[in-house]
Ligand binder design. Structure first.
Ligand code: FAD
Length: 475
């Protein structure tokens, strides 16, 4: 009998364009193993919203292939499964989290000791982080030259079809997915997620198709508008590998070529966003302390505030700044937040409230369905001004002006902060400026059904700039 090959599923929960599965299938009957490993990532085990996504993705995949589910440290579980099945080869997709390299080395040692061939493949990224270097052979620290180098390195490899595979028929113990308790309880705040998302490979393919049909043409001009629905919403699918970045890239390129020059600008813009994801992982790979340590050392002595009440107001969407509150409530209800609003809400936490960026990073880690160790860390550091390629610290978003610019008529705020829905456009981003009669007519009672601003933005800005002056020059 042919020995089975073990395919270790990780952030590649799909069958198509999957080099690890393709290779495993070519070697023999395939064991599909997913390990829920809450031990190896330490403090970065999956957050609540990610667990919801994982459950639904595994459920979708489990309808197509027989999954073996085990819980524990991945290397130990793999050693057990190799011993139980006599598999002669192991195949997996590379992961770039700071703990993943050491884990993969331990897995390789286990395979070597058992005379099992161990194979690692790419696919989570378009470019291996080691493969893109600047003229001096160093990793990039700045996005624009990095993205140019990526474009110059050519188009991604052709996609791999779903391979012909035979699932292994041997007896193997598996946990029940329901028993893992991945879905939130007490409180079950994920109730609204299913209306917004279809995790899994089919859901990702439908999302990509819908984006190309409806969003792509407007993407370059309107991607900063939270009141429009033009972005792809592919991030959680990419995070869990329901789709590969190469599949997104090739589909958008195909649409661009089909449309002649009409989609050139907007397609390039989308591909550049995919490269922001690559850049985040490039930074994470070369600076693995990115999730916890400010890239710019002077920020280690930043005079942050301890302000649990303000942190809670931010988390609950009760800061009194409508665009920030709308974003934080969208996040809680749906597991996502529009990118522009992520920037505004993050800037508000860090610069208006002077709360450490790591607190916001943690909250996003738990509540985002796309919570991703590369993009989340790099983005928080970017907004804080302490990242590699950061917006300068002194560029402080004004939440009122940002709201008025990108949510021009307040449709986004009205959707997520319904208590402000009846305010006229001119006050929807600054209810405290509305005359009493206007507030009364709109049913807004500041301090009762909608909070007064937790800080005065003008004063907070001055305080933030003074704090920044304290660390300038320190290193
Ligand atoms: P689209 O605009 O359709 O972009 C296509 C894809 O490009 C996205 O799906 C995503 O994979 C990638 N992308 C787009 N913008 C960025 C970016 N700025 N950085 C990295 N990749 C990008 N993104 C995550 O995937 N996970 C996170 O945990 C995460 N945390 C963030 C935290 C903060 C404070 C900020 C400001 C941004 C964060 N982002 C994160 C980046 C970005 O907000 C999301 O990727 C984007 O909103 C996802 O929506 P979309 O799929 O519709 O994006």
């Amino acid at each position: 009998m042919t020995s089975p090959s073990l395919y270790w599923l990780r952030n590649d929960l799909r069958l198509s364009d999957n080099a690890a599965l393709t290779a495993a299938a070519a070697q023999g009957p395939v064991i599909f193993l997913y390990v829920l490993d809450d031990e190896t990532p330490g403090e970065w085990k999956l957050g609540g919203a990610s667990r919801w996504w994982l459950h639904r993705s595994l459920e979708a995949l489990g309808r197509k292939v027989p999954l073996t589910l085990r819980r524990g440290a991945a290397d130990k579980v793999i050693a057990e499964v190799l011993a139980e099945t006599g598999a002669k080869s192991l195949h997996f997709t590379r992961d770039y989290a700071p703990w993943a390299g050491a884990l993969e080395r331990r897995v390789k040692d286990i395979c070597d000791a058992a005379s099992v061939a161990c194979h690692r493949y790419g696919g989570f990224l378009l470019h291996e982080p080691e493969s893109i270097r600047n003229g001096s052979g160093e990793p990039y620290r700045v996005y624009t030259p990095f993205s140019k180098a990526c474009f110059a390195s050519g188009e991604p490899k052709p996609l791999k079809p779903v391979p012909d595979f035979a699932p292994w028929k041997g007896a193997l113990r598996s946990d029940g997915l329901q028993d893992w308790g991945l879905l939130p309880t007490k409180p079950d705040w994920s109730g609204g997620f299913a209306q917004h998302w279809t995790p899994g490979e089919e859901g990702a393919a439908q999302r990509l198709k819908a984006f190309i049909a409806d969003g792509l043409a407007h993407y370059a001009d309107e991607r900063d508008r939270p009141d429009r629905d033009v972005t792809s919403r592919l991030s959680p699918h990419l995070r869990f590998g329901n789709i590969s970045p190469a599949q997104c890239w090739h589909a958008v390129r195909a649409a661009q070529f089909k449309a002649g020059a009409k989609l050139d600008k907007t397609a390039e813009k989308f591909l550049k966003e995919i490269l922001w994801r690559e850049f985040s992982y490039h930074l994470l790979h070369h600076w693995p302390t990115l999730p916890t340590v400010p890239f710019r050392p002077e920020f280690a002595s930043f005079p942050w505030s301890e302000n649990p009440a303000a942190l809670k107001a931010w988390q609950r969407g009760k800061t009194g700044y409508p665009i920030v509150d709308a974003g934080m409530r969208e996040l809680w209800a749906t597991g996502t937040m529009h990118n522009r609003v992520r920037m505004i809400a993050a800037s508000f936490l860090i610069k208006d409230l002077l709360i450490p960026w790591a607190e916001g990073e943690r909250w996003f880690w738990d509540t985002l369905v796309d919570a991703d160790i590369g993009s989340n860390s790099a983005s928080w550091q970017w907004v804080a001004g302490c990242g590699a390629d950061a917006a300068p610290y002194f560029r402080i978003f004004n939440p009122v002006l940002q709201g008025e610019k990108f949510d021009t008529r307040g449709a986004y705020v009205r959707k997520w902060v319904p208590e402000l829905a009846r305010l006229p456009d001119q006050f929807v981003h600054k209810p405290w400026e509305a005359p009493r009669l206007v507030l009364e007519t709109a049913g807004v009672a500041l301090g009762r059904n909608y909070p007064h601003p937790v800080v005065d933005h003008g004063k907070a800005r001055e305080k933030a700039l003074a704090a920044f002056q304290q660390i300038k020059g320190a290193a």
